[in-house]
Design a protein around this ligand. Structure first.
Ligand code: AMP
Ligand code: ZN
Length: 137
C-alpha cells in the first residue's frame, strides 16, 4: 500500500520514533507547530477516525494518553492540545488515522480548539440538533 504512515510504521521511511506498543507508534512531527509536536498512529492501516472500530479507537487513545503524559514530563510542558483531523474538510492530509499531540507552553501565542473554526451557527437550532443526533443509530 502506498501510504506514508504505513511506511513509517514499517520503518521503510525513517522517523523520530518516541514510543511504540503492540498497536501504535508515536513519532515527532516533521513540521512541528510546537516543541515536541507528536503524531500517534495505529500500525495497521485505517484511513480515518470514523473508519475505526470503537475497540481500536479505545486502544489508540489509551496509547495517546500514555504518550501525552510522557511528553509533558520529558519536555516540562504545562499543557497540551490533543486531537485529530477527521476527513479532508477538517484538514486531514495524510489518509491514515493519526492523533496530534501538541505540547503547549506559557505565552506560546496559540489558541484553543475553539480557534479551529468559527462558523455562524443558529443557537436556536441546538435543541433540534440534539434530538436529531440522539435518534440516529
Ligand atoms: P494532517 O493534516 O492531520 O493529515 O497531519 C499530517 C501531519 O503529518 C502533519 O502535521 C505533517 O507535518 C506530518 N508529517 C507528514 N510527513 C511526515 C513525516 N515523514 N514524518 C513526520 N511527520 C510527518
Ligand atoms: Zn497507512
Amino acid at each position: 500500500m502506498d501510504c506514508l504512515f504505513c511506511k513509517i510504521a514499517s520503518g521503510d521511511i525513517p522517523s523520530y520514533k518516541i514510543y511504540e506498543d503492540d498497536f501504535v507508534i508515536a513519532f515527532l512531527d516533521i513540521n512541528p507547530v510546537s516543541r515536541g509536536h507528536t503524531v500517534v498512529i495505529p500500525k495497521i492501516h485505517i484511513g480515518s477516525f470514523t473508519e475505526m472500530k470503537p475497540d481500536d479507537a479505545a486502544r489508540l487513545f489509551a496509547s495517546v494518553n500514555r504518550v501525552t503524559k510522557k511528553l509533558l514530563k520529558a519536555l516540562d510542558a504545562p499543557a497540551a492540545n490533543v486531537g485529530l483531523n477527521n476527513g479532508k474538510i477538517a484538514g486531514q492530509i495524510v489518509p491514515h488515522v493519526h492523533v496530534h499531540i501538541i505540547p503547549r507552553y506559557e505565552n506560546d501565542g496559540g489558541g484553543s480548539m475553539h480557534s479551529i473554526v468559527s462558523a455562524e451557527v443558529d443557537t436556536d437550532e441546538i435543541e433540534e440538533l440534539a434530538s436529531r443526533i440522539i435518534n440516529k443509530s
